[in-house]
Design a protein around this ligand. Structure first.
Ligand SMILES: C[S@@+](CC[C@H](N)C(=O)[O-])C[C@H]1O[C@@H](n2cnc3c(N)ncnc32)[C@H](O)[C@@H]1O
Length: 266
């Protein structure tokens, strides 16, 4: 069922190790299911914050003949994406103001793993919906506030704001909880409502609850040698009961003409 997700996991260079492999497998399995469900052959797809092009590669394996666009601010990652998927139209641009992308053009807008680096989810909701045709689908992966991913990321160095950001600046910013953006479900609803577009929430799909700070992944990788992936599954089931907050979830949103909008809750 998820053989394509497995292909993507094995394409990761350098090998990220057992825990991150397990985490990526879950991510790509959910992504594969969503692409198979919402991406029709020949559809126009935009991947925002596409990085090295994983989602574009997966989409092209899932569905034939799509017109694929990718946008990222990082030139080096885009070069990798260009080599992996030469047919895609790749733009170096800012997801908050993507002037290189046509408006009301796409059947599907997808974003994974960029919202936590964003200036504001209200801006992103408005931009993403503006890129879609009416009845188009937004596949938006969002990290949940106070999830184990949020807590883990509080313990890491702040991300680069621009390519030449110094390590010193990043270390200074690391003490600010605002260095990453993890929002509540209510603020996601507010962001969508303030977008000025009609929309309907179709589904919300968790990609899991278990995560561990990157500094400690070596402990999980060591334990994996004895217990295998079953250990991570066990931890995920336990956190599902003890700390039921999603490290990330896909919100599937259909853009509607304003008069036809029914909205819905998360
Ligand atoms: C964690 S990576 C995720 C990459 C990819 N979507 C994936 O799932 O592997 C976040 C990506 O968002 C990009 N990004 C961050 N801020 C951005 C911005 N303002 N505009 C466009 N891309 C941005 C980064 O360069 C990076 O490639």
């Amino acid at each position: 069922m998820h053989e394509l997700a497995e292909v993507l996991v094995h394409q990761q260079r350098p090998d990220p190790g057992p825990f991150v492999r397990w985490h990526l497998r879950r991510k790509f399995c959910v992504m594969e299911e969503l692409f198979r469900k919402y991406l029709a052959p020949g559809a126009k797809l935009a991947d925002m914050g596409c990085g090295k092009g994983d989602a574009l590669v997966l989409a092209s394996l899932c569905v034939s003949g799509c017109e694929e666009w990718g946008l990222d601010i990082n030139c080096a990652d885009l070069q990798v994406a260009r080599q992996r998927i030469p047919s895609a139209i790749l733009c170096q641009d800012d997801m908050h103001d993507p002037r290189t992308l046509p408006k009301e053009y796409f059947d599907v807008v997808h974003e994974f793993g960029a919202a936590f680096l964003s200036r504001g989810w209200g801006i992103l909701a408005r931009v993403y919906l503006s890129l879609l045709k009416d009845e188009g689908i937004l596949l938006w992966e969002l990290p949940q506030r106070w999830s184990l991913a949020h807590i883990s990321y509080l313990l890491t160095v702040a991300p680069k704001r621009k390519p030449d950001d110094t390590r010193f600046n990043r270390l200074l910013r690391s003490f600010l909880p605002s260095k990453y953006r993890f929002e509540s479900d209510e603020s996601v609803t507010r962001a969508l409502r303030a977008s000025g577009c009609g929309y309907e929430i179709l589904e919300r799909i968790s990609i899991g609850t278990f995560y561990f700070p990157a500094l400690l992944h070596f402990v999980l990788d060591w334990a994996w040698r004895y217990f295998g992936d079953g250990l991570f599954e066990l931890f995920d089931r336990a956190t599902h009961h003890l700390w039921p907050r999603d490290i990330g979830y896909y919100l599937v949103v259909r853009k509607k003409a304003l008069h036809a909008a029914s909205q819905g809750t998360i």
